[in-house]
Design a binder for this molecule. Structure first.
Ligand code: UN1
Length: 511
């Protein structure tokens, strides 16, 4: 049985944690309010954190501004060395941090460990990247001229993260932002503040061991912080992960001051199950995609678009597979599905089911909130499955819960149109052994999502690729590939080593 109090102790979490940290310095204004963090696993209070005030915010921003002047002067590979050590520190803390993620957020222990593994992986990626922040060189049209481009750090990067990936999303942003020469200020979800406190302790130790100044990694707790960041000209880049509704506000506020944002918003991800699919694989992919993290990933599978010839058979197998799901304490590795984040999320799940029924959804696996000793937190719900039509309002929305919708199709063109026929554009997949179908799905006339997979479900992307999506998902890309470019400013340089000053475009200007 997991000993939570020793996990908390190992991670430096106290009963009452300060509202902000600039590294090793932790504090709060004297008038600080507090947030209590309750575990959805057993409904118990884990610990509290203070809420940052506007004064706290100013203190953090001053430190961050000072730290940036130092940090941008450190060669990128040296910054990479700090990130390498951070990755090592995460390896040491993997068990504790993964357990806290599972306990505070409610995802299964395996997924908690998986999340910390994503942090370790992005650190490794960022270390390599610290020697590969390449710009291009170009041939000038003028003799004895040289043109090239460089990538410079931007300054303070604001990171606003969601409860569902309470540690990994921060690390994707911060590991890249740091090697790029930026300093980071993090506002975590108020539903999972302790995971953030734990991460900040881990990085603070690494920074201290390297005699780094305060302000390279800062943490600020409380919802008001988000607004302060969005409207603050000192923050050239805000990376926001969360709902489309809030994302729209972030994007408008940041764009209004000509700042940049990286938006990772809602998904409404579908798997097309072709009649040429490997059915066994498809069942596993669909069920994990729909019930993993209790349907609270932005990449969770929300819709299955199934070929009419195999529809009934697939539905029956799915119902059977759902019958085998074990719902309960996510720290118990025998269980497949843990709780939702809180009772409000459980309410939204119930509302979505009701709304769906009114619109005509036929549930083939019934949902419901679970009760009894084991489920006393009130956050455990039954994963459910409904036959629907794609145009139902509820099907067009992202409900952060394990509700899976089934839709029937005849032709691949129709399936692709259904898959694309939602406002969101994050992740998508096709299960098929038919090469023509797979390629058509991946072509310009295929999926309109940022992620399109073949014979893999919609969730569980690797860090090496760029992560993000189109349309109401916000268009941002994080993590692998060249996502680092979003954290830097590009500068084009032209150098003249001639004895004359020829003008571009052949313009003559003699004095
Ligand atoms: C999210 O849900 O915000 O692809 C991120 C996945 C994970 C990340 C999900 N690697 O499912």
């Amino acid at each position: 049985k997991t000993n939570i109090s020793s996990v908390l102790k190992n991670l430096g979490i106290q009963e009452l944690n300060p509202a902000y940290s600039t590294g090793n310095h932790w504090a709060a204004s004297s008038n600080a309010k507090t947030i209590d963090s309750y575990s959805p696993v057993d409904g118990k209070k884990i610990a509290s954190v203070q809420v940052a005030t506007a004064d706290d915010y100013e203190t953090v921003m001053k430190k961050a501004e000072e730290a940036f002047v130092f940090w941008r002067g450190l060669p990128a590979p040296k910054r990479g060395e700090i990130v390498r050590q951070f990755g090592d520190a995460l390896r040491e803390s993997k068990e504790d941090l993964g357990t806290l993620v599972s306990y505070e957020m409610g995802k299964s222990l395996q997924e908690g460990f998986g999340e910390v593994q994503e942090m370790i992986d992005i650190c490794d990626f960022a270390v390599g990247l610290s020697r590969q922040l390449y710009g291009l060189t170009m041939h000038s049209e003028r003799p004895n001229h040289r043109m090239y481009e460089q990538w410079h750090p931007m300054g303070i990067v604001g990171i606003i993260s969601a409860f569902n990936f309470p540690v990994a999303v921060w690390s994707w942003n911060t590991a890249l932002a740091w090697v790029c020469g930026n300093v980071c200020v993090w506002k975590p979800s108020s539903k999972t503040p302790l995971c953030a406190v734990a991460c900040q302790h881990i990085i603070a130790k690494v920074l201290k061991a390297n005699d780094m100044p305060e302000g390279i990694s800062s943490l600020l707790i409380g919802n008001a912080v988000g607004d302060m960041m969005n409207n603050d000209k000192r923050i050239p880049l805000v990376s926001f992960t969360g709902s489309t509704r809030i994302g729209r506000m972030v994007s408008t506020a940041v764009a209004g001051r000509f700042g940049r944002s990286i938006l990772e918003l809602g998904g409404n991800n579908a798997i097309i199950i072709s009649k040429d699919a490997d059915i066994e694989m498809s069942i596993i992919g669909a069920v994990f995609g729909a019930v993993g993290t209790a349907g609270q990933r932005c990449t969770s599978t929300r819709r299955l678009i199934i070929h009419e010839d195999i529809y009934e058979d697939f539905k029956n197998r799915l119902v059977k597979a759902y019958g085998q799901l074990r719902i309960g304490d996510p720290l118990d590795q025998h269980n497949h599905v843990g709780p939702l984040i809180d009772v409000y999320a459980a309410d939204m799940y119930t509302d979505a089911i009701e709304k769906g029924k009114k619109e005509g959804a036929r549930f083939v696996v019934e949902g419901g909130i679970l009760s009894g000793d084991q489920y006393s937190s009130g956050c455990y719900v039954k994963p459910c499955v409904a036959e629907v039509e794609n145009h139902y309002e509820i099907v067009q929305e992202e409900t952060f819960a394990p509700i899976l919708y089934l839709i029937k199709y005849k032709t691949l063109e129709e399936a692709i149109a259904l898959q694309n026929g939602v406002p969101q554009g994050l992740s998508s997949a096709i299960m098929t052994l038919n090469l023509r179908e797979a390629e058509q799905f991946l072509s310009a006339a295929g999926s309109d999502c940022g992620i399109a997979n073949v014979n893999i479900g919609t969730s569980g992307a690797e860090i090496g690729g760029a992560f993000g999506g189109e349309k109401e998902t916000g268009g941002g890309r994080e993590s692998g590939s060249d996502a680092w470019k979003a954290y830097m400013r590009r500068q084009t340089n032209t150098i003249n080593y001639a004895n004359t000053l020829p003008l571009a475009q052949g313009i003559k200007f003699d004095l």
